[in-house]
Design a protein around this ligand. Structure first.
Ligand SMILES: [Fe+2]
Ligand SMILES: [Fe+2]
Length: 182
């Protein structure tokens, strides 16, 4: 019953691609070019919402089950703390980008610093989950644990994005990708 882990892994693959795109956009920004800030801010808002409402809560259900199974490795607490910190970092980056949209005087290096901080922390976070937390969950959790996790996720989290949201995200990614490929 590791369907849930497979889904989270798929989401990590998607998030990694978005981080590569954000890297490219920051490189563009660093070189003095102007990416589409409004669309970038919309992408960051989606990333923030999806993490906050779906991805992180699902991982936290697994984390709770690991705790019940007697697993208390310190890195599990690090991951939980990073969930909170990452939301804040994504928000900081988004708000800095929105500041540019609204014509507020922003130091470019500050916008870039927020972006780089968020990207680096999120990459390290994905890595820790893929290399440590997910293998641990696969190894120690039983079929019963996965059934309980599935029930809890179904009870508390709606993992689906609407078709409209999916289409919008695809359009956003396509638009931003076309900007960095110019
Ligand atoms: Fe996570
Ligand atoms: Fe994750």
């Amino acid at each position: 019953m590791t369907q849930i882990l497979a889904r989270l892994h798929q989401e990590h693959v998607q998030i990694s691609k978005l981080l590569d795109l954000l890297d490219d956009l920051l490189a563009m920004f660093h070189a003095g070019q102007e990416p589409d800030y409004e669309i970038l801010s919309e992408l960051l808002q989606y990333m923030e919402d999806y993490s906050d409402q779906i991805h992180h809560p699902t991982e936290e259900v697994i984390r709770e089950r690991l705790r019940l199974a007697g697993q208390n490795q310190p890195y599990l607490d690090v991951l939980t703390r990073q969930h909170e910190v990452l939301n804040e970092m994504t928000r900081n980056f988004r708000q800095a980008v929105e500041g540019v949209v609204n014509g507020e005087v922003q130091r470019r290096d500050q916008v870039e610093a927020y972006g780089r901080e968020m990207i680096a922390t999120l990459r390290a976070h994905l890595d820790l989950e893929e290399k440590e937390a997910f293998p641990l969950a696969r190894q120690v959790l039983t079929e019963d644990d996965w059934a309980a996790i599935k029930a809890e996720v179904a009870r508390t989290i709606d993992p689906r994005l609407s078709e409209t949201d999916l289409q919008r995200i695809r359009a956003i990614v396509q638009h931003l990708t076309s900007q960095v490929r110019v």
